[in-house]
Design a protein around this ligand. Sequence first.
Ligand code: 13P
Ligand code: SF4
Length: 327
Amino acid sequence: MNMENRWFITGFVDEPIPDSIDLIQEINRLKKEKNAFILAHYYQVDEIQDIADVVGDSLALAQQATKIEADLIVMCGVHFMAETVKILNPNKKVLLPDLHAGCSLADSCPYDDFKRFVEAHPDHKVISYVNTSAAVKTLTDVVVTSSNARQIVESFPADQKLIFAPDRNLGNYINSVTGRNMLLWDGACHVHEQFSLEKIVELKLKYPQSLILAHPECQRVVLNVADFIGSTLALLNFSKESEATQFIVATESGIIHEMRKASPHKEFIPAPPIDSTCGCNDCNFMKLNTLKKLYLCLKHEYPFIEVEEDVRKKAEIPIRKMLEISK
Ligand code: 13P
Ligand code: SF4
């Protein structure tokens, strides 16, 4: 079996790295040598966030992806994020340190099932969260992220029937704040569904001055007790601007790294999942990317993302529409 076939199975380059190698120095050297640009989502491990050229939420990363001049792009996030970068940069090589970094939410909306659903509602426009496969985006009128979902839903006339996929929690939340009655696909993120209301209330009793920050992918019971609801970037900005000094954070715990960096004098307490031993809620997919895998993927320019050209062209349309509305 050749190397690339082996790595295709593992999902990453599994070459041994000598202990003497300074990974940060080597990543920076390879970045320069290969004219590469590193994007990272806030849910990545701290070391990756620290070495990235840009760290952002899903919208900021998609916006940044339209401005990159480098020849090689590494998307430190999950597969749909790297796919979005590739769709916007068809002539560049786009790397993802671990090809198995998927997304339970994207997986909850398989193309064939969603196609049947869309075809059964021909009078509906289709709004899909960016957390979907490129194939699902080809069935979509406009893509949204958690940052701009409300704005994009409100850009449709009030009487326009809408399908919203795949996150039922985000869809329910947008229905509640816009007064719409969008038809929701029944999908969810296994990380955000896991937050325990009971444990959040216990934390609030322990830290009565704290504010509860929640991502709209959380269940309604959690959103009901939140002081602020928003995308990862919106939660970060709120924590910077708020006069409060203690926050219970109900989203993937990676965001707490940027929160602590921006406000070192404030306290950030990760909201725990129902069943936890560590007290925080990590996305196992996001955490598949490591500094070692980032180094090896830059070195070998593998694994890279491929999207069939006809799919790419169709999927680009609703992504560009989103970017246009969100300017
Ligand atoms: P945002 O980046 O829009 O906050 O979404 C979070 C998320 O679940 C990414 O997978
Ligand atoms: Fe997907 Fe949830 Fe992980 Fe985000 S946190 S990548 S939505 S599984």
